[in-house]
Design a protein around this ligand. Structure first.
Ligand code: F6P
Ligand code: MG
Length: 518
């Protein structure tokens, strides 16, 4: 399928694509050099390596550093793209695309989407050509540091989801009748899938899942950990009112009235999540709820974006879908190769669960070290429950080269190399796409007028096939995305114009979001 509109490109100096190629990507690439250098310096201390392996590994590290440096030079000088030279399974497809569509093209001339994907594939090539660094993830260090700095938010969520609460205070019944066994989530969903509590939990957790996308690493050239923490604190914990979206005065994560004290009860200010709701410029949560509440023991697919805190809140949402009875199977789609800095690899998924359920997965000290034993227990219990989901097949992590190909999702139903993936995904009842890059690939990264409908912008996945036929077998889908690229669709007339006046960089700052359902 040809792009339905002109695509975003770095050739436009006013665009975020240009800014990305010009300043953000060179920094991301330089940080890989730093990382490999650090890994290389740590080799001496690695007792598992014999001297000759160590020597080979060092030689290869030097070569990788050189190659990455050359790659940065190519990018900065807008050198023509060259074919890939490794033997990773997707190489043929990449080289075919390069030859067919991008022959003689280069970083700033090609679509921004292609150039950016090509960069990450070239980074993979640098490691893939070695013997000892093939599976090395040059972004893992950053991912784990930022996840660690998310401890407060992670612990707060676990505690609220897992700690026993008084069923009375949460449900608006007699507060003295303390059941003292149920967690906040249990209480909310205990009346079944059709209940108000289940609906309220849906709205709250879905928004948390959305805003988790605000803290990815590719936008933070220099992850300011304090800023990440501040974002999460504002988003999750600071609740200035008891009059939340939950009629009973209880929010799942904002704290119950008795925990907030009299001040919280007296205050009628909106919660942070309510304030954030105004920043969702097109919001199809009602439509999504309409779909979700019709599901029983369904299969839901989550096309993941970033590791760390975002993955954690994705798992919280997936856990909710299972526990409320909507889904009995959740399939998580991770990337196969290091991608856009912080994207989830299968390793990150396992690692994250391990950090939660063991507390000391690295054999050193506990990754998260809350002082409160109840909080420690909450994290371990949550992690253990999720581990059980994986071991009994309720949750499945999978990955496919399609997600790291150069192709937009328009191609998913028809690309021969994605036929197995599409065939499997057709068995699903709902696809949830997380994040900015997935959104860009859904709408083919085109310069759509902002009032274009989401249905139209996603082409075949919206039900329209090129010849006007309906593409068979695409279930309902939703995109949860904070805006980090100059493409947004589905807005009401006048919204973009108003935003241009209100916040010049609203399309790319990551502060605004869209929830689009088809
Ligand atoms: O626009 C900034 C950017 O790095 C894009 O290159 C990319 O689409 C996006 O951020 C990655 O964000 P996310 O992790 O939400 O997909
Ligand atoms: Mg990402």
């Amino acid at each position: 399928a040809h792009p339905p509109q002109k695509m975003l490109s770095g050739s436009n100096k006013e665009s975020f694509g240009y800014a990305t190629l010009q300043s953000r990507l060179p920094v991301i690439v330089s940080k890989i050099v730093d990382d490999v250098y650090r890994a290389y310096n740590g080799l001496d201390a690695d007792p598992s390596l014999d001297d000759s392996t160590k020597k080979q590994k060092e030689q290869e590290a030097k070569k990788i550093i050189e190659t990455i440096g050359a790659l940065r030079y190519e990018l900065q000088r807008d050198k023509p793209f060259r074919p890939l030279t490794d033997s990773y399974p997707d190489v043929k497809e990449w080289n075919q695309a390069l030859e067919t569509f991008y022959s003689g093209s280069s970083w700033y001339k090609a679509s921004w989407l292609f150039s950016e994907c090509y960069l990450y594939r070239r980074i993979k090539e640098a490691f893939e050509l070695s013997e000892h660094w093939k599976d090395y993830d040059p972004f893992f260090r950053q991912k784990s540091i930022v996840f660690k700095s998310s401890q407060k938010a992670v612990v707060a969520i676990a505690a609220r989801l897992m700690s026993p609460v008084s069923a009375g205070s949460a449900s608006g019944q007699d507060p003295l009748q303390d059941v003292n066994q149920l967690s906040s989530l249990d209480v909310l969903i205990s009346q079944g899938p059709d209940s108000k509590g289940t609906q309220e939990a849906f709205y709250e957790l879905a928004q948390i899942c959305l805003w988790g996308n605000a803290t990815d690493l590719s936008l933070l050239d220099n992850p300011d950990l304090a800023k990440v923490e501040e974002l999460q604190r504002r988003m999750l914990m600071e609740k200035s009112s008891s009059s939340s979206s939950l009629g009973s005065g209880e929010t799942l994560l904002g704290g119950s009235p008795d925990q907030q004290g009299a001040e919280g009860i007296a205050n009628d200010e909106p919660t942070e999540l309510e304030k954030h709701a105004e920043m969702i410029l097109t919001n199809d949560l009602d439509k999504l709820w309409g779909k979700v509440k019709s599901l029983r023991n369904a299969r839901v697919d989550i096309i993941l974006d970033n590791a760390g805190f975002e993955l954690y809140v994705d798992l919280v949402f997936a856990d909710y879908l299972v526990r409320a009875g909507f889904a009995s199977e959740v399939v998580f789609h991770a990337k196969r190769i290091p991608w856009f800095v912080s994207d989830v690899l299968p390793f990150d998924f396992d690692w994250t669960l391990r950090q939660l359920y063991t507390g000391n997965a690295d054999g050193l000290e506990a990754f998260f070290d809350p002082e409160d034993p109840a909080e420690q227990k909450a994290i371990k219990d949550l992690g253990s429950r999720w581990r059980t989901y994986v071991s009994n097949g309720t949750w499945r992590v999978t990955s496919h080269d399609f997600w790291t190909s150069c192709y937009a999702f328009y191609h998913l139903p028809t690309l021969p190399t994605a036929a197995d993936l599409f065939g499997d995904m057709q068995k699903s009842d709902l696809w949830i796409f997380k994040g900015d890059l997935n959104y860009r690939k859904l709408v083919y990264d085109c310069l759509w007028p902002t009032t274009t409908t989401f249905e139209e912008a996603i082409g075949p996945l919206g039900g329209k096939a090129p010849a006007g036929r309906k593409a068979a077998g695409v279930p309902s889908l939703v995109s949860f995305r904070t805006c980090k690229a100059d493409v947004v669709v589905g807005l009401a007339p006048g919204v973009a114009e108003a935003m241009d006046i209100k916040a010049k960089d609203w399309m790319v700052s990551g502060e605004y979001a869209v929830i689009s359902f088809s």
